[in-house]
Design a protein around this ligand. Structure first.
Ligand code: ADP
Length: 479
């Protein structure tokens, strides 16, 4: 490379080579080809070539040619290339330009490269933030002091320098100052384009980085959640097994307590006075409610442990409903509540577990009695019904309607506030959970009913008007 001293240094900033970096966007190095919209960039270069009639070649940092627009020198170079010595020299010059260490150039410095024929090129590195991105090769053009082909050409064998000179008119003649102005101009355009492209690239990378960071954070949280969930599941299983075991162990002695108090009430252990009878009745009553609570706990824990056996069969609905009614009659009569049952004989055939259905009806009717003031009324109505389960409803195209047998337990009781209609089905939930609450219970009854119904492929739903009454409905699919 010769004569670079005459052309000025425009900026003073040492470029670095540009290895790709897979770390943070701050350290990201990117090639010109990746950065630019090449078609648009070629258009910009073409308009410069059009304007000044001097060719432009642009190479990436790794030597890949991105732009090559020639103008005017075709005949001149073509004629030289026809000559074996000319071709050899020409190839040598191209090799020299290619192998020159442009990365070592100071950013903004423009160097000139003479062609042996007398024409000239100038070369300018493209940098961004000190990184070497590539180079622009501008030319060839005719230096203003060139009056004939350079002497090297005169010595080519079988070569006519006069003929070569006849092509010079098509090559732009320009003094160095003009070329420097044009190139500085061009550099301004390139700087703007690379700046905008780099900004867009950085924004995109930052976006990807932040999304990746959020994703990693989420995955980590997810992993922790899964571990906690697994721990909870194990604990839950332990709790269910523990409850099942305790409930089972409590049942046997409790049955004896109830049995013996019954025997004493009946006088099998000798005469008892009224006060003793009253005490024994209380022991029996409390024992029975304790037994029913233990029964509920046992059911719950069995269901939670997935150990509930369903005994599905076709049976006489009226009998099962009547059994449930009979067990509730004593409580209802105490409050002078009218208890009506309506089971049509032509219900569609369905399969269910009669014990679970009876227990569900007992739970609902027991609640109805409990939450209905004296002289109220309870209706238990069985009927065929077509519809969609509350849990499956929703969406624009919900599932098609199905046939069910529906059991409504309707009371004229205190009702349930609208915002509690869903929560009452959760285990241990009671609308009134104060210590001084008026009604007894554990908050397990409805959650057991719900699970029983779900085990049938059905569900339980409720509608209620505070102060006027509630209707709980069991839905069992018709098979
Ligand atoms: P428990 O009756 O043992 O409290 P449940 O699970 O059977 O438990 O019922 C949960 C809660 O739902 C009750 O405490 C009560 O607040 C409300 N509830 C249930 N049935 C009725 C009803 N028929 N009328 C008014 N409230 C009811």
């Amino acid at each position: 490379m010769s004569g670079s001293a005459r052309l000025p240094v425009v900026q003073d900033e040492s470029p670095r080579s540009s290895p790709r970096n897979d770390g943070s966007v701050i350290d990201d190095h990117i090639s010109l080809a990746e950065l630019l919209d090449l078609d648009a960039f070629k258009d910009v270069c073409a308009s410069f070539v059009d304007l000044y009639k001097i060719g432009i070649k642009i190479f990436d940092a790794d030597g890949t040619k991105l732009v090559d627009i020639r103008v005017g020198n075709g005949d001149w170079c073509g004629y030289i290339f026809q000559n074996p010595v000319g071709r050899q020299k020409c190839t040598g010059l191209v090799g020299k330009i290619k192998s020159f260490d442009y990365q070592g150039l100071t950013a903004g410095k423009i160097v000139e490269q003479h062609c042996f024929s007398g024409l000239k090129y100038v070369i300018m590195p493209i940098t961004y933030g000190g990184d070497y991105l590539g180079r622009v090769i501008y030319g060839p053009f005719r230096p203003s002091n060139l009056g004939k082909p350079a002497s090297a050409v005169q010595e080519f064998p079988e070569f006519d320098p006069e003929k070569l000179w006849s092509f010079v008119g098509k090559i732009r003649k320009a003094p160095d100052e003009t070329i420097i102005k044009i190139l500085n101009n061009f550099r301004g355009v390139i700087d703007t384009i690379t700046f905008i492209a780099m900004k867009a690239h950085m924004t995109q990378r930052l976006h990807v980085e932040s999304v990746t960071a959020s994703y990693n954070e989420l995955s980590e949280t997810n992993q922790k959640l899964r571990q906690s969930f697994e721990k909870l599941q194990a604990l839950d299983k332990m709790k269910s097994n523990f409850l099942a075991m305790i409930s089972h162990e409590l049942r046997t002695p409790l049955t004896s307590v109830i049995g013996y108090s019954e025997m004493m009430i009946e006088g099998m252990a000798g005469d008892i006075n009224d006060e003793q009878r009253e005490y024994l009745e209380t022991i029996k009553d409390k024992g029975e409610s304790l037994l029913s609570l233990i029964g509920s706990l046992l059911d719950m824990s069995k269901m939670e442990a997935g150990a509930m056996q369903m005994n599905l069969q076709v049976f006489d609905t009226a009998t099962v409903v009547e059994q449930a009614r009979t067990s509730i009659v004593p409580q209802a009569s105490k409050k002078r509540i009218q208890l009506e049952v309506d089971v049509p004989s032509d219900l569609p055939e369905y399969r269910a577990d009669p014990d679970r259905l009876r227990q569900s009806l007992v739970n609902l009717m027991g609640n109805a009695v409990k939450f209905t003031p004296e002289n109220g009324r309870i209706d238990v109505i069985a009927r065929p019904w077509c519809g969609v389960l509350p849990s499956e409803a929703g969406g624009r195209f919900g599932p098609p309607e199905r046939a069910f047998v529906r059991f409504d337990v309707k009371d004229t009781g205190i009702g349930i506030p609208p915002d509690k209609l869903e929560t009452i089905f959760k285990s241990f939930y009671q609308v009134d959970n104060t210590i001084t609450r008026e009604y007894g219970g554990t908050g397990l009854g409805l959650s057991i009913v719900k699970r029983f119904m779900q085990a049938h492929g059905g569900d339980v739903e409720v509608s209620s008007e505070p102060g006027a009454g509630s209707t709980f409905s069991l839905l069992i699919p018709v098979t």
